[in-house]
Design a protein around this ligand. Structure first.
Ligand code: NAP
Length: 310
């Protein structure tokens, strides 16, 4: 499998399997995380040849970026790595609000640079729209930061189709990140075709549907993290999802591959999906997900798998 792709129309070359680092320091997202394990995850990613790491301010309110920055400095590998980060969340009065204003985003990029111990961020996304700042203006703020060399590529995340078009009014968008997996296919209607047409890389988040597509769950599993409130893990929807995953498991067995790897390999067959950023809580999971590169799906196999989850 071709292992490297350019991000959008940039010359930033990423390996197609990256690492989503929300469990590195993301103490506000997951219970019982440990900073040392977080750093080990980053070390394991680097040892495994990963060159694309996805973080955000909101993953631990800066802690994820700090831990990544420490390991990258310890290893002296900054120039070999593409770091993506995101901003829009503002802390204040004990609450988190969204802010896409020019002053706020410029300030956030400066803080991310310090936490990451670097003087540029390869890819910076506006994490969520704030519902008030015009999106073409937000893209303009990121273009300004790109022209100044503080960021190398412009990203946006969690926009609907209308917002995506507004953000890209001047053609600045290079990478779009949104939820997409075999379980959650909404992006296929408008978002993916738009990205394909405009040469924008689409990076799916929750590529394993938060672990559901690994095939490790049964109907008796209970959850104490954000899966507790995720409709895909509730009642009849959960049971139906497990049945579909069983069918995927059978495909994987026939190919002598793991279910998770087939689910991730399927994503890599989708147009505009230049790279994926599966998350991991433990280094073994991260290493395991890199085996996706050994799985080649024919067009017929990819279609068959699409059909299971339609
Ligand atoms: P994911 O990739 O769908 O699932 C990752 C989870 O699945 C892991 O934390 C682990 O959880 C389990 N897992 C992973 N590999 C496994 C393996 N080989 N065997 C068994 N279990 C395995 O979900 P995600 O990490 O939340 O999303 C990926 C990345 O997308 C994030 O890290 C983050 O960088 C990004 N993201 C972005 C947004 C956004 O708004 N832009 C939103 C969400 C995520 P357990 O061990 O607990 O089961």
């Amino acid at each position: 499998m071709d292992q490297t792709r350019a991000l959008g129309k940039t010359n930033l070359q990423v390996k197609r399997i990256g690492f989503g680092a929300n469990a590195v320091g993301g103490h506000n997202l997951f219970p019982n995380l440990n900073d040392e394990t977080g750093k080990d995850l980053v070390r394991t990613a680097l040892d495994g040849g990963v060159n694309f790491i996805d973080t955000a301010f909101i993953y631990g309110l800066g802690r994820s970026e700090e831990l990544i920055g420490e390991v990258v400095q310890e290893r002296g590998v900054r120039d070999q790595l593409m770091i993506a980060s995101k901003g829009a969340h503002k802390e204040g009065n004990g609450r988190i609000e969204l802010d896409n204003s020019r002053d706020f985003l410029r300030g956030e990029v400066e803080k991310s640079l310090k936490r990451l111990k670097t003087d540029y961020i390869d890819l910076y996304y506006v994490h969520f729209p704030d519902g008030k700042t015009p999106l073409a203006e937000v893209a303009g703020t990121l273009k300004e930061l790109k022209d100044e060399g503080k960021i190398k590529a412009i990203g946006a995340s969690n926009l609907n189709y209308q917002q995506l078009q507004e953000f890209n009014a001047d053609g600045y968008l290079e990478v779009f990140q949104s939820e997409y997996s075999l379980i959650q296919r909404d992006a296929e209607k408008e978002l993916l075709p738009y990205c394909e047409k405009h040469g924008i890389s689409f990076i799916p988040y929750f590529p394993l549907a938060s672990g559901l597509l690994t095939g490790k769950f049964t109907k008796d599993d209970a959850f104490d993290d954000n899966r507790k409130n995720n409709p895909q893990f509730q009642g009849e929807t959960f049971i139906q999802n497990l049945k579909k995953v069983d069918k995927l498991k059978a495909v994987a067995e026939e190919k002598k591959a793991e279910t998770a790897h087939v689910a991730l390999a399927w994503l890599l067959t989708r147009p505009a999906v230049d790279a994926i950023i599966p998350g991991a809580k433990r280094p073994e999971q991260l290493k395991d997900n890199l085996k996706t590169l050994d799985v080649e799906l024919t067009d017929d196999e990819a279609d068959f798998i699409s059909g299971i989850f339609k």
